[in-house]
Design a protein around this ligand. Structure first.
Ligand code: NAD
Ligand code: ZN
Length: 246
């Protein structure tokens, strides 16, 4: 498996990575759908509920402040470093990620080579006027009042800069992800259950467009049967060994 992956990487010039929560579990950030994933304890809050319900907004912010220390403490792992190495070598052209933790950027992938399909949780923004807010500045008022923050410019709801279920996808990121997918000669999925759409449409598109498709994931995915290679093992070990990073 590992040898086959190395051969595919060596034979490719335009590798595009597609990453999900699974590449960050080795950094200590739980994923959604593993047996120990967040979903076993916290059902996701739909965007329409966030808009409609003050209690849903409070619960969203309670969860955010409860999980924030974990995200802040997380450091890139071998998987992130292997991806960053291939980008730095010019072998990989970009990383399309469903992750919101910023660890690809932290591992040294240039901002303009990371396409964030589901946004970023390290800051927040007003849903109406897009004004940016820093998480730290929102924490004390939330703890004092127990109320979800509203925008001081327009009274709109403030939400982390992430895309919830039911929320429109970021159009610029979607266009870039499509262009990168169509440019790929090798498309490597790392750590995604490939059940969240539209994100999961990109691996299929890459394959239909003639790229080789590799899936590195601990468990089976719905696209395993169309992939050229499926590796069911820990991402840090697999990519770290193949690329030769610690
Ligand atoms: P998912 O939780 O649905 O799937 C993760 C997959 O990775 C699982 O199939 C699991 O078996 C596999 N996996 C976990 N650790 C692994 C490892 N070390 N090696 C190999 N495989 C491993 O995640 P998803 O497909 O990204 O979809 C969930 C959504 O949740 C995404 O849209 C994302 O925005 C969000 N999310 C992000 C983070 C983050 O930013 N780190 C964390 C949780 C959820
Ligand atoms: Zn506003």
């Amino acid at each position: 498996m590992q040898n086959e992956l190395r051969r595919l990487i060596d034979a490719s010039r335009r590798i595009v990575f597609f990453t999900g929560a699974g590449i960050s579990t080795e950094s200590g950030i739980p994923d959604f759908r593993s047996p120990t994933g967040i979903w076993k304890t916290n059902k996701p809050i739909d965007f329409s509920d966030f808009i409609a319900s003050a209690e849903a907004r409070r619960e969203t912010w309670r969860r955010k402040f409860a999980t924030d220390p974990t995200i802040r403490a997380a450091k890139p792992n071998r998987g992130h470093r292997a991806v960053a190495t291939l980008v730095r070598q010019g072998r990989a052209r970009s990383v399309i990620t469903q992750n919101i933790d910023g660890l690809h950027q932290q591992s040294g992938v240039a901002e303009d080579k990371v396409v964030e399909l589901h946004g970023n949780t390290t800051y927040a923004a007003c849903l109406d006027c897009s004004k940016r807010f820093e998480i730290d500045a929102l924490k004390e008022p939330f703890e004092r009042t127990g109320e979800a923050p509203v925008c001081d410019a327009c009274l709109g709801h403030i939400k982390t800069a992430t895309i919830s279920f039911g929320q429109p996808m970021p159009q610029a990121a979607m266009r870039r992800a499509e262009a990168e997918t169509l440019a790929a000669d090798l498309f490597v999925v790392a750590g995604s259950s490939l059940v969240v759409y539209p994100a999961a449409a990109f691996p299929r598109l890459a394959k239909e467009n003639g790229a080789k498709l590799v899936i590195v994931n601990n468990e089976a995915t719905p696209l395993d049967r169309v992939a050229d290679l499926v590796v069911n093992a820990a991402i840090g070990d697999v990519l770290g060994d193949v690329v030769g990073v610690n």
